[in-house]
Design a protein around this ligand. Structure first.
Ligand code: TYM
Length: 378
């Protein structure tokens, strides 16, 4: 990482150097060969690969081998309900949806209401309200209702407690202290929590593949140290970068700073206001300077959002890039394009969320996988 950059599951600060992070975390960059193999198997590649947003992995090659040899694998991801869900949170879930569609595998989604109660100064009821809304946002993406199980930790914990203690016995305090920076002042619930986030990787006796941003990887490192010692696979993972917040390319979009964040429930006017007021621009200081020198797409937040998820059409993106870099397109115009695209994206999401209400019980209790999970002995 450059300068004072920090990446932990709870904090991302500074300019993240993703290449260095891969070395530091001991993960691997996704290379051309792996991409070719993936494309051969599933037929195409998700936009996030093409736009260099999904960039790193652990054992993805082994996941593909397991798929080809019919051993199969399963997917696991999650959300921590600490505030309203924002567009950055949605991206790993959109990617997970694609993976499930392509590979037709089971997917477990953990909602860590316990984590956010323990780590944040939130009331229990507040966390529960946020968690229920998160579940609706996730269900809106249309995961396969018979192959997807969404659970809140506080509700499902009784079923998995055996696995939690079996996992917890293998991890000592010095490990979580080193990995997560816990101190003597950390409450003891937080110290147990890593075991709870690791447990879903043991839901099946097959390899688990976890799509998430790279901030969650420290958990998987611990999982990989202990899994084989009690008969499970080391988990595989596939990592995205971070969606930058409105205030600039440093750090990540985070629910704890509303000025940097577009929430999924922001109305069109709020989206417009936030982008016009806060979106960090790569444009020149004056119109004259911009016309002369052009804009910097690498730091411009609107351009980055278009690149990562709002403009899937390569030709259109290239056109915007060229016009902005040459100074022909002004920051104001780029912002208007982004506002329009983002409001369309959010409008569609809200409609899907409304429809998802009917499907919630399938994901939580009575879809095929959900039923199996409530009956399963661990
Ligand atoms: P949480 O709620 O911090 O984040 C949920 C998911 O969103 C990703 N993420 C982001 N992705 C892109 N840009 C951002 N600005 C951004 N902010 C967050 C996270 O990497 C994550 O994929 N402890 C976890 C919940 C959890 C979990 C899991 C996450 C439990 N089991 C398994 C991933 C996989 C948490 O608080 O996530």
């Amino acid at each position: 990482m450059t300068g004072k950059s920090v990446v932990t599951p709870w904090k991302v600060e500074g300019t993240v150097d993703y290449i260095k992070l891969v070395k530091e975390f001991g993960t691997q960059l996704i290379d051309e060969n792996l991409l070719r193999e993936l494309k051969e198997i599933v037929g195409d590649l998700h936009l996030f690969f093409k736009r260099d947003y999904v960039f790193s992995h652990r054992d993805l090659d082994k996941v593909l081998e397991d798929y080809l040899s019919k051993k199969m694998f399963f997917l696991y991801t999650g959300i921590g309900p600490s505030g309203n869900m924002h567009i950055g949170h949605l991206l790993p879930f959109l990617f997970t949806k694609w993976l499930q569609e392509k590979f037709k595998v089971n997917l477990y989604i953990q909602v860590t209401d316990d984590e956010k109660f323990l780590f944040r100064k939130l009331k229990f009821d507040e966390v529960e309200k946020i968690a229920d809304d998160d579940i609706l946002n996730i269900a809106a993406l249309g995961f396969d209702p018979d192959k997807t199980f969404i659970f809140k930790d506080t509700e499902f914990i009784g079923k998995i407690y055996n696995l939690v203690i079996k996992t917890a016995r293998k991890i000592n305090f010095s490990t979580v202290k080193a990995v997560f920076g816990f101190t003597n002042e950390t409450n003891i619930g937080s110290i147990l929590f890593p075991a709870i986030q690791i447990v879903p990787t043991f839901f099946e006796k097959r390899r688990c593949l976890i799509p998430s941003a790279i901030d969650q990887d420290p958990y998987w490192r611990i999982q990989r140290d202990i899994a084989e010692s009690f008969g499970y696979y080391k988990t595989a993972a596939i990592h995205t970068k971070f969606l930058p917040g409105l205030l600039g390319p440093e750090g990540k979009m985070s629910a704890s700073d509303p000025r940097s964040t577009i929430f999924l429930n922001d109305d069109p006017e709020t989206v417009r206001e936030k982008i016009l007021k806060y979106a960090y621009s790569g444009g020149g200081a004056t119109i004259e300077e911009h016309r002369k020198k052009g804009g910097n797409v690498n730091v411009d937040v609107c351009f980055q959002w278009l690149k990562i998820f709002l403009e899937p059409d390569d030709k259109k993106l290239k056109e915007i890039k060229e016009k902005y870099q040459s100074g022909e397109m002004l920051t104001g115009e780029l912002k208007e394009i982004t506002i329009k695209k983002l409001n369309e994206f959010l409008e569609l999401h809200r409609k899907r969320k409304e429809n998802a209400k009917k499907k919630l019980d399938k994901y939580k209790y009575d879809g095929k996988l959900a039923k199996e999970m409530w009956q399963k002995k661990f």
